[in-house]
Write a protein that binds this ligand. Structure first.
Ligand SMILES: Cc1ncc(COP(=O)(O)O)c(C=O)c1O
Length: 396
């Protein structure tokens, strides 16, 4: 068959990435996998058995269009208790991971050339989805308090002068990927005000909100403060209970619900996964989240101390209070993109900073994740990485 001329002319634009990220390595510091050491294999078996006893017949049918009802009830309850976000199950839809929810939202809003504001460095998956849709991505300066809302104000006001209205402000407001910080309460309020003033919705991604390790309690979700339908909220159980479950969700205002509904066809997670996770979390939620947090604490501390022992003072890095990643800054001129091949040869992979930037600049940054390997492996892997960087001249 010759397929020339048959492909859709709406195919995504090519997005430059680094081939090293696809390599198979022992030390995986490049992906926020769920923590394998705490994954509840036996717990899932019991939960599946219990769910099948009462709900097996439901599998014969197609699931409710917005997903498993019990799971949505559990999500609504957790959001109210933990994130100060009061919502009903009719505003929630389950998706194939947080990624699936983001994809549907972008499909509903983004045409080529549309402007989207994101943090100074932005989760590579969303960024790739934006770039492949040919969005005009504007990175906003970001510090330890999160996205700089003075900068947002000046960008929005400049654009308004030019008669331009961005389609959305996309923020990973908790343990930001890749920079690791949580947006402060003041910035959340300011961002919401700006969103309402300029009529630009916020897409709030809280994929890491379950991974509190220490530090102050998390500020309320932005959507919880909103009374003007300005925010769409995205999160998932993938990082908590397994990326392979593909169980994520979005909470959306009525004003966009119907449009998103038209685009969601086929994008729901497996109903079997929803049933099992629902059953499991009903019985084990608190103790399980606690065990993941304890394990991540050990891993984070192992990575922080290994960085302190192996990386020179010319480098600096974040000290995250939760989540799964450390953001590292190398001396000016260091090229973490070029060095990735050498690191992969030495069995270590990480994310070079440019994969989080629309124009692939800032190679003197990199992201290291600590959720996958054991603390011992993390110490070994960081040591190996430091030797590679030393050899390649990245430490200046
Ligand atoms: C901020 C953020 N959003 C979404 C995703 C995609 O996750 P999921 O497996 O839930 O689709 C990730 C994965 O790394 C992420 O870090």
């Amino acid at each position: 068959m010759n397929y020339d001329g048959l492909f859709s002319n709406r195919l995504p634009a090519p997005v430059k990435t680094h081939p090293g990220l696809g390599a198979d390595t022992k030390y995986v510091f490049s992906v926020t996998y769920a923590n394998p050491q705490t994954l509840p294999g036996d717990g899932f078996v019991d939960a599946l058995r219990a769910a099948m006893r009462t709900q097996a017949e439901d599998l014969a049918k197609y699931p409710p269009s917005q997903g498993h009802v019990g799971m949505r009830e559990l999500i609504a309850q957790r959001l109210e208790e933990n994130r100060g976000l009061k919502t009903g199950i009719d505003s929630i839809f389950l998706s194939s991971g947080a990624g699936g929810a983001i994809q549907v939202i972008l499909d509903a809003f983004i045409d080529p050339g549309d402007i989207v504001l994101v943090e100074e460095f932005c989760y590579l998956g969303t960024l790739a989805m934006l770039l492949s849709r040919r969005a005009n991505v504007i990175h906003v300066p970001t510090d330890e308090q999160g996205m700089d809302t003075d900068a947002v104000r000046s960008i929005l006001s400049d654009l308004a002068w030019q008669g331009k209205r961005p389609k959305m402000i996309y923020t990973i407001s908790v343990y930001q990927n890749p920079m690791g910080m949580t947006m402060s309460l003041e910035r959340r309020k300011a961002l919401l005000e700006l969103s309402q003033q300029y009529g630009v919705p916020i897409v709030e991604n809280e994929s890491y909100a379950d991974f509190v390790i220490d530090g102050d309690p998390l500020p309320q979700a932005i959507m919880g403060m909103d009374d003007e339908d300005s925010v769409m909220y995205v999160s998932a159980y993938t990082k908590l209970l397994g990326c392979g479950l593909r169980l994520g969700y979005a909470v959306v205002p009525d004003a966009v619900k119907e449009t998103l509904g038209k685009l969601r066809f086929g994008g729901s997670p497996s109903h079997l996964a929803s049933m099992t996770v629902h059953q499991y979390l009903q019985e084990h939620k608190d103790e399980y989240i606690e065990s993941v947090s304890e394990s991540l604490k050990e891993k984070r501390d192992a990575m922080l101390s290994a960085l302190g022992e192996n990386f020179p003072p010319s480098c600096s890095w974040s000290k995250p209070e939760g989540g799964m990643m450390i953001w590292v800054r190398l001396p000016e001129g260091a090229d973490s993109w070029a060095a990735l091949d050498k690191a992969v040869e030495a069995d270590v992979k990480y994310n070079p900073g440019p994969v989080f930037r629309a124009n692939r600049d800032r190679p003197n940054h990199l992201r290291l994740t600590y959720s996958h390997n054991s603390p011992e492996e993390i110490r070994e892997g960081v040591g190996i990485l430091a030797s590679v960087f030393e050899r390649e001249g990245l430490f200046g």
